[in-house]
Structures are given as C-alpha cells and as structure tokens.
Design a protein around this ligand. Structure first.
Ligand SMILES: NC(=O)C1=CN([C@@H]2O[C@H](COP(=O)(O)OP(=O)(O)OC[C@H]3O[C@@H](n4cnc5c(N)ncnc54)[C@H](OP(=O)(O)O)[C@@H]3O)[C@@H](O)[C@H]2O)C=CC1
Ligand SMILES: O=C(CO)COP(=O)(O)O
Length: 315
C-alpha cells in the first residue's frame, strides 16, 4: 500500500527518506515547501540529507492523501486542529501518529484525537527511541508500532534501518512517548543546575515510576512501559543533548537563554499531565515540579529541595 507523510519537520522528513530509500514511491507533504522541491533537501529542518529519487514532495494535500497509509508527523499541539480541518480527506485511512505528547486543551493522546476527528480511520502510534538525524543517516533504530491487527502495517513501514516491533497497546505506547519528554526536561534542569550524575539517575528512575503510574491509571498494559516507547525512549532522551527536551531543560538549569523556534513537546505535555493528575488524584511530583519551574512558581533549587523533602516512602 502506498505511503504518505504529512508534516515535513525533522522527523517526518527522516521517515519519508528512510521509506523512500527502499525504492517505493513516498509522498512528503509540507504546508510550506520552501526550496525543498528544487534542492531535494529539507535545509530548514533536516539539512544534509538528499532526498531519494522516489520521494515526491508536495504542498498539495489532496495528492498526499491518496495514499492508503498516512504518517502524521505534525507536532502534538497541532494534531487535533490539523485532523479536524482535513477530516474529509483523512477519514477512512490508516493514520499513524508520529508525534509524542498529550493535547493540552483536551487532555487526550493522539489515538483518541484521531478517533474523534476521523471516526472511520484506523489509528496507529509510532514511538520509541530515534533521533531524526540518526534515521536519515541510515543508522539502526528500533521503534514500536501500536495498532490493532498490525502485521501488514508493520511490514509496510519497516525499512533496512527501522526495525518495528508491534504492540496492541496504543494507550501505553503513546503515554511512554509523551511522558519521557517531561522527565527529559527535568533531567536537563538537574544536569544544568549542577546537581550531579547521581541526582540525574535518581530522577530518571523516579520519572520512570511516575510514567508507569500514569500509564496504568489510563488502562495501559503493565509491561508496555518497559519497552522501546517507555524505558527505551527515556534512556535516549534523558541522556543526550541531541534531544530538544533535554537541551531545553539544560538551558533552564544553567540559566542560559532558552532555545527558540524548536519543538519542545514536554512543555505543554507537563502541564497536560499535571492537570490530569490533579483531576485523577495521582501523585506525579516530577511533572508538577517541571510545570512549577516553567511557570516560575519555583526556582530550580526550590523544586529540587521539594522533591528531596517529600515524606519518606517505600520504593
Ligand atoms: N525530531 C526527532 O528526532 C523526533 C521527533 N518526534 C516527534 O515528531 C513530532 C514532530 O517533530 P519534528 O518533526 O522533530 O518537529 P520540527 O520542529 O522539526 O517540525 C515541525 C513540523 O510540523 C509542521 N507543522 C506544525 N504545525 C503544523 C500544522 N498545523 N499543519 C501542518 N504542518 C505543521 C511544521 O511546519 P513549518 O515548517 O511550516 O512550521 C514543521 O515542518 C513531535 O511530536 C516529536 O516529538 C519523534 C521522534 C523523533
Ligand atoms: O523523541 C525523540 C527521540 O526519540 C526526540 O526527542 P526530542 O523531541 O527531545 O528532540
């Protein structure tokens, strides 16, 4: 079945390049093509990777939505608006959400947003540890594809450098990808503030416990978060300055100017998670501290002190 990618950011472009390198025609849709058609490269978002000949770039959505499989790679906070606006062309398709986060307005993840905007579509989630530059460079990556009855989709989206594992747990997979960004901001803050490697490891571990608690409360399977889209992506994102979420936290912790114009999904997702946690009576101290620091209710030092002086408890 033919494949299109909607959204020509770093990730959408990398996925389209990897799929097109297999020789199959792949369509990459951008709302603003810039000079991509002429230069055969996405100089703005993923410079240095020439498009394979079988990659078609277009700003005509009706052309891109002719494909049976559609990867939606717009940022999380744009997803609901994008799908609602274009539901007429997207309903009935297999829609693979490639974004990581929770919608701030509705508190929903990508799968439920797809279901509400396009009730006749088949929702799927692609998530796991992978930097766009690694995929585009042809380096090996492994990701989770969450979808009901997904053997054919798994085969269609696997490439020589993207190994896909299948899961039927859409909720668990999307929560793993969403929450690791919040923990990555917290880890960046910790490292930036010079609190040490031990604190970094402690935060990752307690962050993972928080991710599991949240996922279980939303009906995820207990083992999903131990996979690529939970533990795997947490390990990558919390330890690399290539991560925009970690780098954002690092700047915040150091008191440096914050990066502008980059997609830092963990900011809105921290707020969405903290809102949901309050409603559900869930204990999510790391997400709440990230929100408090972002909203300047607490300094980094005060947030760290509050985490360390919480009542003693069993692990
Ligand atoms: N980069 C990475 O390594 C990875 C990213 N992801 C996830 O992929 C998602 C996208 O990230 P990424 O590609 O890196 O982001 P980028 O910041 O590189 O690009 C975002 C893209 O989305 C487009 N866009 C934004 N809003 C809309 C809209 N309403 N309609 C159409 N296009 C829109 C932008 O268009 P324009 O250029 O015109 O502004 C831009 O091309 C995120 O959720 C991220 O977490 C997942 C794994 C890896
Ligand atoms: O999701 C990613 C890696 O799996 C990319 O992380 P950032 O969005 O923090 O750059």
């Amino acid at each position: 079945m033919s494949v299109s990618v909607l959204g020509a950011g770093a990730f959408g472009t990398a996925l389209a390049i990897s799929l097109a390198r297999t020789g199959q025609p792949v369509t990459l849709w951008a709302r603003d093509l810039g000079d991509m058609a002429k230069t055969r490269e996405n100089t703005r978002r993923l410079a240095g990777f020439t498009f394979p000949d079988s990659l078609i770039v277009t700003d005509d959505l009706s052309l891109a939505t002719q494909a049976g499989i559609i990867l939606v790679a717009v940022p999380m906070q744009s997803l609901a608006g994008f799908l609602t606006e274009n539901a007429g062309q997207l309903n009935g398709k297999t829609l693979v959400a490639c974004c990581k986060g929770i919608d701030l307005k509705s508190g929903l993840g990508p799968a439920e947003i797809i279901r509400r905007a396009c009730p006749d579509a088949t929702p799927a989630i692609l998530s796991g540890p992978s930097f766009a530059v690694d995929i585009a460079a042809g380096l090996p990556t492994a990701l989770t594809l969450a979808v009901k009855d997904g053997h054919a989709l798994q085969a269609a989206l696997s490439t020589p450098n993207i190994r896909l594992y299948r899961s039927a747990d859409l909720v668990g997979v999307e929560i793993g990808g969403a929450l690791k960004n919040v923990v990555a901001i917290a880890c960046g803050i910790t490292v930036g503030a010079g609190l040490g490697e031990s604190a970094h490891a402690a935060l990752m571990t307690r962050g993972f416990a928080e991710m599991q608690r949240f996922a279980l409360s939303r009906g995820a399977r207990p083992d999903t978060l131990s996979g690529l889209s939970g533990f795997g992506d947490l390990a990558l994102t919390c330890s690399s300055e290539k991560s925009r979420n970690f780098a954002f936290g690092l700047a915040l912790g150091r008191g440096d100017p914050l990066p502008e114009g980059t997609t830092v999904e963990g900011k809105a997702t921290a707020k969405a998670v903290s809102n949901l946690a309050q409603k559900l009576g869930l204990d999510m101290p790391i997400a709440e501290m990230v929100v408090a620091v972002l909203e300047k209710h607490l300094t980094v030092k005060e947030a760290a002190e509050m985490l360390l002086t919480r009542p003693l408890k069993e692990e």
